[in-house]
Write a protein that binds this ligand. Structure first.
Ligand code: ATP
Length: 218
């Protein structure tokens, strides 16, 4: 494969229902550690989980408000524009066509990474991108055998190794642990609480943004 020294493009997918400081802080640190552009990529119909509480448009509005005032983290809404389930492998193939040989890095929290072998065409992911695994509190580093076998020969320690190839390596990114989850934030909002310091500044100035979460789902 040709050598390249291009700045990597990192993709951080998720439901973002809603985006919180756990997401933003690890995405930011990954951008620093990899010296990469990081795009947040909200998923429309996650194939492997329950549908989001907020609509796609509502989650995008929250993400836009959350990302204001900086340019290191950007938003990519392509999966929301696609009909049907959004498979990460399809998105990465699409990005590969757009980005040529530029290194792509799929960022995953340690919990998401541990469940990778249940993803659609998961082995193809390694041909499409590098994987950057973000440490997450309470998640064990032990992987299912099938995944460990696939990953074993791919691990690299330093970010520079990701620049030499467009895809195929796995790097652990030791980010500051923040024990925040969207589940907890939805619970707090549904209970009438005010989790403002778990969420990015700006969301509480516009109460309509968090309205979808304020009444419990029926
Ligand atoms: P939920 O509680 O609804 O499952 P979540 O907080 O895990 O949501 P997602 O949108 O499902 O958020 O996660 C998107 C990505 O962000 C996943 O790869 C997940 O592992 C990662 N992630 C979420 N919160 C954190 C955190 N606090 N630290 C590290 N990674 C995180």
């Amino acid at each position: 494969m040709p050598q390249t020294s291009t700045r990597p493009l990192a993709i951080f997918g998720g439901t973002f229902d809603p985006v919180h400081l756990g997401h933003l802080s690890v995405a930011w640190e990954a951008a620093e550690l990899l010296d990469a552009e990081v795009r947040l990529l909200p998923a429309s119909v996650p194939p492997h989980r329950a549908p989001p509480i907020a609509s796609a448009a509502q989650r995008v509005a929250i993400l836009r408000a959350a990302l204001q005032g900086q340019s290191r983290l950007t938003l990519d809404t392509r999966e929301l524009d696609r009909a049907g389930p959004s498979y990460t492998v399809d998105t990465l193939h699409e990005l590969r066509v757009e980005q040529g040989e530029r290194p792509l890095v799929l960022l995953l929290g340690a919990d998401a990474f541990a469940g990778l072998a249940s993803w659609h065409r998961w082995r193809e992911l390694f041909g499409a991108a590098h994987l950057g695994v973000l440490s997450r509190p309470g998640v064990s580093a032990v992987l299912p055998d099938e995944l460990e076998r696939e990953v074993a020969g791919r691990r690299v320690a330093g970010a520079s190794a990701l620049r030499a190839l467009p895809a195929g390596r796995v790097i652990e990114l030791a980010v500051t642990p923040l024990e925040i989850s969207a589940t907890r934030i939805r619970e707090l909002l549904a209970a009438g609480r005010d989790p403002r310091y778990l969420l990015p500044a700006g969301l509480f100035d516009n109460p309509a943004l968090l309205a979808p979460y304020r009444t419990p789902a029926v």
